[in-house]
Every structure is written in C-alpha cells, then in structure tokens.
Design a binder for this molecule. Structure first.
Ligand code: GCB
Length: 623
C-alpha cells in the first residue's frame, strides 16, 4: 500500500483535526450499530465531545474514558471540491485505528479493518457528494481477545455497581485506542499506479548500484487489450540530477543502473548516512499519454547474513540501539511530529544506529525519517506474548505480517522483520506455528532476515530453528536476582553462548534494563535509583565486549528508550520506568553513560568521530 503523496496527477487532503466523539455504554457496545448512529450526525443520537485526530482518546478527558472497554464513535464533516468529480477516483485512507474500525461515508458502509498500527484504505468515489458537504463516521473497538493480535481477555466481574467488563492483557504497555494516525482523502487518475516494489543491489566494489522496480496498475486502461501500458522510471540524486532512467518491460518491471552510486549507509557507519535517491514512476498509455505519476525515496544497499554475521553493503553490522514505544503524555499513541523529531534527535545524540519497533508497526512518517537519518529498524509486527496458538490466530498473525511487509518493504532502513515479542515458545504447538509464520514471512520477502525477541530459556525454546537471527530479552538483576549487580555479566555471557550453541546463528540481546525513577539517587546503587540503572548498563557492557570477541554477537538493545505508560499494577509507578529518557524525553544519568559507549563502539567499529561534548573536562591528567 503506497503512502499518499501529491503529484501532478494526484491530490491529497487531510481530515485531521477535531472530530466529534461518543463512547458507547460498555454493557451495550453494539447499540450504535443497531440504532444506526452512522445514518445521521452522531450528535443527533448522543451528546458528543470534541476529540483530536490523530490521538489516543484515553488521556484526553478528565473522567474514566481512559479505561473504557469496547466501542467508541467519531464523526466529522468535510467538503469535497466540485473539481474532484471529473475523471478521477477518490480514496479514503487511515494511517491506523486501534484496534478494529468500521467506517461509513454519508451513512454508507465503506470499510472494516481489524488490527492496530497498520494503514487501510477504500475507494469512496461513488459515495461522495461533489461540491458539497460530506460526513465521515468511524466506530472503533479496542477489545482484545484470544484471537486478536495482540491477544487479551475480556471478562465480566462484579463491582460496586453490579457487574462490569474488564479488559486484561499480559503485555506491558497501555492499550491506547482511537484514530492514532492521520486520515487522508486522496485522488488518483482512473487508471493508476497501485503498488511499487523496489529492491536494490550493489556491485562487489560498491561503485555501481541497481534498482529493480515492479509496478502494479489498477484501472480499466490496464485491462484493454490494445492498450499497452508502460512505466517510465527516472532516478534522481539528492541534487535533483537525473542519474538513471529506463522504460519497463510488459510486466511493468525493470532495472535502473547507477554509476557511480552513493549507497545507503547507517548513521555513524559512513560520513554521508541515509543517502536517498528519488524514484519517479510515470505510467504511460500506448500513445505516450501520461496517466499517473508517483514518486518515492529509494536507498541503494545490500543486506546479507550467515551463521555469524549480519552485513550491510558487505560490511558487518553491530547494532547499538533501543526497544521503544510510540507513547507520550496526553496523546498516547497518536502521531506527533514534534515528538518524532525530538526522538530522532535524541537517538542521534546518543549515538544509536538502530531500534526495534517494539511491539507493533510504527508510523509511516517515522519509517521515512529513519530512511533519511540512516537509523536501522528491526520492524516488528503486533504479536506480543503470543500464546494459545490456534488456526484463527495464525491467520491473523500472518495477515499482520503481510500488511506490514506491503507497507514497509521499500524502506532501506528496515533491515530485519521481527515476527513476535516474547511468544510462549516453550509450548509444543509453538514449534510448527512459528515455522509457518517464518516461512510465510520469507515467502513475502527474501531480502531481509527474520528474528523474534524470545524470553523463554534456550533449552525450552521451539521457535529459534525457524529464525535467521536469535534475539533474546533478559532482565538480570531485575526480574531475576533483583538488586544483584554481581549476577549480571557472567549470566549474560553464558546465556548468549548457550543460544549460539543451540542454533548456530547470530545473537542479539534485544532487551535488558532496570526501572529507574528520575531524581532518585542512592549510593551504593539500589534498585530504582539512577545509580542502579547506570551500574546495570555497565555490567552488561562488560558482557557484550566479551561476547563481541566471539564473532557471532551482533547487537545490544537497551529496554527502553523512554518511560512509557502501562496498565495499572503495583509493579509500575506511573508506568514502565526503564527509559533512558523520561517520558518528557529528558536524559536520566544512564543516558550519558550509554552515549559514551555507543560512540566508543562507533569509533572502534566504524571509525566515526566523537562529538565535542562527549566527555566533560575534568583535568588534563585524565583523557
Ligand atoms: C519484557 C517485554 C517488554 C516489557 C519489559 C519490562 O520482556 O518485552 O514489553 O516492557 O519486559 O520492562 O518488563
């Protein structure tokens, strides 16, 4: 699914803003459908409140909307210009709605979509009134059950008022819901470019680049026998200079050659990281009539992997990064450009070269940003704590990967697919389940390796054999041996060696860390203090340096980039506090330590230079 972009043949309009909002009665979630609330303005059925889009709805009001379970409704009006009625098609696209969405235009059903964090769209050409006002209505359901991705449970339990519905889940982040990302209307010509798939290659000496493109077209002109469609593909460098062009074959695919090429490199691995070309795709009819134009950024790079290493452009990669969340005060998981840019500034400040989109796909805008800044992404689907493996769950799990790969496959920043976080892979049924999920993922994309962040012990695990790279999450001195700083280093070394011995594959530590309350200082270090987090990191660094010598240990990911909100529990003080940054994106003490390590690794492995302010002057006796 292509990101909506303007061109000489396409217009894009945002429907973001303040919408009207109604919550259903928890005990009667389908009432709005039965009573056809979508048939007229919501305010005619129920009193509405204003609700920003995009945003999670949970933290906007002062009442208990935060903990609402079940359906909520949104609507708004918008104009469609008269000019849009002429010879084009109109599409309605949501960046993401969590978890399930039902959409109506002017009272007519348009689309239903299940799965948060992923885009969906539908054609609305025949449902709109042109040169007139229109209404869009959305019903959103946040209920998670055993066959949703991720899984949850809904139970009815007694409370002071009688009975109430309770949503529970085992994953450790708040189940924020609502219209989380932008809503767009966009136009295409009658016959238009529907899909573009791009893969790239480099010559051995990395001087010549190849861009393979394949285009699929939607529309009547594509079906007319005497109309031979063609793609004219033009590739421009950063200065806008045409560096390659080609005309497609009859299958609408082709190859562009760039000589000399500027490959896409990760941040700190090269002096010009994140180099992107612009690929212009022009759809032409037989008589050279221009039907449609779509442009996208392309990074030219290769990925390869074996039992020891992961390589980019032939050079071994050592990942230094984070597990993260899309999470912030007030807007929850709603797209926020200010937050996104701040986060990337912090990632670069601290010298990270990668993150995992734990535990669901992040916004398309952030994927584009990662491409431009050379931040490598382990792209995770929304399967967390996967258990009770069923055929229905398998179908949805595969669908989440299919949607993710179709959305993200053209991003050079995406270097690996993560097919689950902490699945219960000790159970017998996990064996064939993950074999099927991994093979399905491979059938959609052979150019990237597959991993999963595993938390069961290496002796119990049944998924590792189906993966290309093993990632493991472990909280030494926190969930096991709490407070025991002397029980970290050797345990990490032993466990990584055991994973490697069992599967003979590259190993990543994908999570480690400690909850830390900013401003709490205790010497000697004590759990929850800034000193403790700093020490926990340092003991892990020792283990990682030992492991790096072995050749197959390829990365370290701190849990977590920033503090984030979780479900209420006595183990969480206002949420999960394992952030290196606070929820307001300010550094804790450990951030300064981590920065020194990540830049030290960058200098040692990739010959990057140190930022001037990396070390604070103390005395010229110390350097
Ligand atoms: C984990 C999970 C992550 C949690 C983290 C924690 O293993 O993958 O989602 O937030 O532990 O802090 O407990």
């Amino acid at each position: 699914m292509l990101y909506p972009r303007e061109s000489e043949t396409r217009e894009v309009r945002s429907l973001d803003g303040i919408w009207n909002f109604v919550r259903s009665d928890q005990a009667n979630p389908t009432q709005g459908v039965r009573d056809e609330w979508y048939a007229k303005e919501l305010s005619k059925s129920r009193p509405t409140i204003p609700m920003p889009v995009p945003a999670s709805y949970n933290d906007i009001t002062t009442d208990n909307l935060r903990d609402h379970v079940g359906t909520v409704w949104y609507d708004r009006k918008f104009f469609v210009p008269r000019s849009w009625s002429k010879d084009q098609r109109i599409w309605l696209r949501f960046g993401s709605v969590h978890y399930e969405a039902y959409v109506w235009i002017n009272g007519q059903k348009v689309v239903k979509h299940e799965m948060g964090h992923l885009p969906f769209e539908a054609e609305v050409t025949d449902l709109l009134s042109y040169g007139a006002e229109n209404r869009i209505t959305v019903m959103c359901d946040n209920a998670l059950i055993q066959t949703t991705v991720p899984q949850g449970r809904i139970t009815e339990v007694p409370n002071d008022g009688g009975m109430t519905i309770v949503q529970s889940y085992t994953f450790d982040f708040f189940n924020y819901a609502g219209i989380h990302r932008s809503v767009h209307l966009y136009t295409t010509p009658r016959t238009f470019i529907e899909e573009v798939e791009v893969t790239t290659n480099l010559s051995k000496d990395a001087t010549v680049g190849e861009v393979f493109y394949s285009v699929s077209v939607n529309g009547s002109a594509a079906n007319e026998a005497d109309n031979v469609l063609q793609i004219q593909a033009n590739l421009y460098d950063k200065d806008g200079i045409l560096v390659a062009n080609a005309t497609s074959d009859q299958k609408l695919g082709g190859k562009l050659q760039v000589n000399p090429v500027k490959p896409w490199w990760p941040y700190l691995m090269h002096s010009e990281p994140g180099y992107l070309y612009q690929l212009e795709i022009k759809l032409l009819a037989t008589n050279d009539e221009l039907l449609d134009v779509y442009r996208l950024k392309v990074g030219i790079r290769t990925l390869s992997w074996n039992s020891q290493q992961f390589l980019i452009n032939g050079k071994p990669v050592y990942f230094r990064g984070f597990g993260r969340h899309e999470d912030s005060d007030i807007r929850g998981k709603g797209l926020d450009n200010a937050l996104m840019v701040r986060d990337f500034n912090l990632l670069k400040w601290i010298g990270a070269n990668a993150y995992r989109t734990s535990h669901y796909p992040y916004s398309e805008e952030s994927m584009q940003f990662a491409d431009e800044h050379g931040i490598m992404i382990i792209d995770e689907c929304p399967s967390v704590d996967t258990e009770n493996f069923s055929q229905e769950l398998l179908g949805k799990h595969k669908s989440s990967l299919e949607q993710l790969i179709h959305r993200d496959r053209n991003h050079p920043s995406v270097v690996m697919w993560s097919i689950a976080n902490e699945p219960r892979t000790g159970s017998v049924s996990a064996d064939s389940y993950f074999e099927l999920v991994a093979n399905f993922t491979r059938s959609l994309d052979k150019t990237r390796p597959i991993t999963a962040a595993i938390a069961v012990s290496n002796t119990q695990d049944k998924a590792g054999r189906s993966l290309d790279i093993i990632s493991f999450n472990r909280y030494n001195a926190w969930y096991s041996n709490a407070g025991r700083l002397d029980m970290i280093t050797q345990n990490v070394i032993d466990e990584a060696i055991a994973w490697n011995k069992r599967y003979n594959k590259p190993i990543i530590m994908s999570e480690y860390g400690a909850d830390t309350l900013e401003g709490l200082h205790m010497q000697p270090a004590y759990v929850w203090s800034e000193e403790f987090q700093t020490e926990v990191f340092s003991r892990h660094f020792k283990a990682f340096d030992e492991l790096r010598k072995k050749g197959w240990f390829i990365g370290e990911f701190v849990w977590n980039f920033a503090d984030f909100k979780t479900a209420q529990s006595y183990t969480r003080v206002g949420g999960n506090k394992k952030g290196v940054f606070t929820r307001a994106r300010q550094p804790k003490a450990a951030a300064h330590l981590l920065r020194k390590r990540y830049f030290a690794l960058g200098r040692d492995l990739d010959q990057c230079s140190f930022p001037e302010d990396l070390f604070t002057y103390i005395a010229d006796l110390i350097s």
